[in-house]
Design a protein around this ligand. Structure first.
Ligand code: ZN
Length: 51
């Protein structure tokens, strides 16, 4: 993950997602996500595409 190219909005959303992964027992890293996790990822990707 090249954090240096992320906009502040994208980075903030990525951090939010990572925080969710740490707290959520349903989101094993890289192997599927719960509904909340999927939504966070989608918002993060939207922030990236908006550059
Ligand atoms: Zn989750």
């Amino acid at each position: 993950m090249r954090m240096d190219i992320l906009t502040p909005a994208a980075r903030s959303r990525y951090d939010t997602y990572v925080e969710h992964l740490r707290a959520c027992p349903e989101c094993p890293r890289g192997a599927g996500r719960c509904t909340m996790g999927a939504q966070l990822v989608r918002r993060y990707l939207e922030a990236i595409r908006r550059r």
